[in-house]
Write a protein that binds this ligand. Sequence first.
Ligand SMILES: Cc1cc2nc3c(=O)[nH]c(=O)nc-3n(C[C@H](O)[C@H](O)[C@H](O)COP(=O)(O)O)c2cc1C
Length: 414
Amino acid sequence: MSSSLAEKNILLAVTGGIAAYKAAELVRLYVKAGANVKVVMTATAESFIPAKTLGILSKQDVLTDVSRENAASVEHVAWGRWADAIVLAPATANSLAKVANGIADNVLNETLLASNAVVKVMAPAMNEQMLANPATQRNLQTLQSDGWTMVEPETGFLAEGYEAKGRLADLEKIVSTTGKALAADGADSRDAFDNQPLKGRRVVVTAGGTKEPIDPVRFLTNRSSGKMGYALAEAALAAGADVTLIAATKRDCSAAIHLVLAPSAKEMLKAVEEAMLDADAFIGAAAVSDFALEKPFDKKVKKTSSDSHLTLDLVQNPDILKTVGTQKKPGQVVIGFAAETNDLLQNAERKLKSKQADMIVANDVLAPSAGFDKDTNQVTLIQANQVPIEIGPKSKTAIAEDIIQQLVTILDGQ
Ligand SMILES: Cc1cc2nc3c(=O)[nH]c(=O)nc-3n(C[C@H](O)[C@H](O)[C@H](O)COP(=O)(O)O)c2cc1C
């Protein structure tokens, strides 16, 4: 039995393609792996396989447009929330397009839209031309950026009577991908924090995009939301650390985290230097602006009718990671982030050396499921003389737990 599926709630969303009949076997495999399964299906799917079959195999009522007609409760919302993982299989081109665009015109896509499950798996199945169509490819890209894991359709004998790409992936593969995605999403690493490996340690984390003042009402900033830094602070806290979070962006966090708001790079550096006096580790997840105005305007800059240009003179900001790296005391661990759009590994390795960091978390901000303001991320951990560790795509919470586990390993190895 796959332990990552045992006792997990799987919402299987079945749509109306020829492969819909395979949903019966899919339900059986999830149940065999110990999962609780509920099925929601479209009206077209029902024309390929009766809801009754899937209801008997899942031992649950099946949610259809007809079944919810007389329902007293708002079942599609409750079912969406119940799910640990949602699995869209087989996924028709039509339903993929609707889900990718947030359309809610039947019980299936309403349920998916109402779900807050982080683990989302899709297994497309369709004719090879429908699959290759730029519209379908665009929708698949969008869904992957929204955190969906795709189980690629296979090349094989299609219902059309010839060999081509578009067949529903092997059912065992869909089930094992769901199990892996659930395991990767943190249940396992959360267990590893039960013994509080960072108890007695002080960890300083920075988060968010700095705001460099232009005048009293305007500032220069970047797209960083602070989600990754806040997730790291929470994961360090869960591992037992005493956490100081120095943030340029305010978000909700646990009361046990010492939150220091430091909007600009200069304010952040000051707070970091103070916190590092007695800290064991620094994680610089903030997106610190490289440049700032040397002298922000005292008063709001106004338009004038005589000049249509405004020139801002920017100077380099202090490099917080480099300052912490070069000033680190014996035993202190320094971890930095590298948000890159190209030559990810080379740039991260260069940064590892120049900043004297112990680890760089390289982040391809252009990858579909990574980057600014997303709930998911995909990173590579780079340390001197070690094989890079690739993590994700998965939730920022799960990525943070993996980074904190790596921090534990580095601290333990000293
Ligand atoms: C016999 C038959 C087989 C079909 N097989 C597929 C398929 O494998 N994949 C697909 O995307 N659409 C397929 N379609 C088209 C879908 O049924 C159609 O787009 C429908 O609107 C999908 O509805 P749904 O996404 O709400 O379930 C098929 C249609 C027919 C008549």
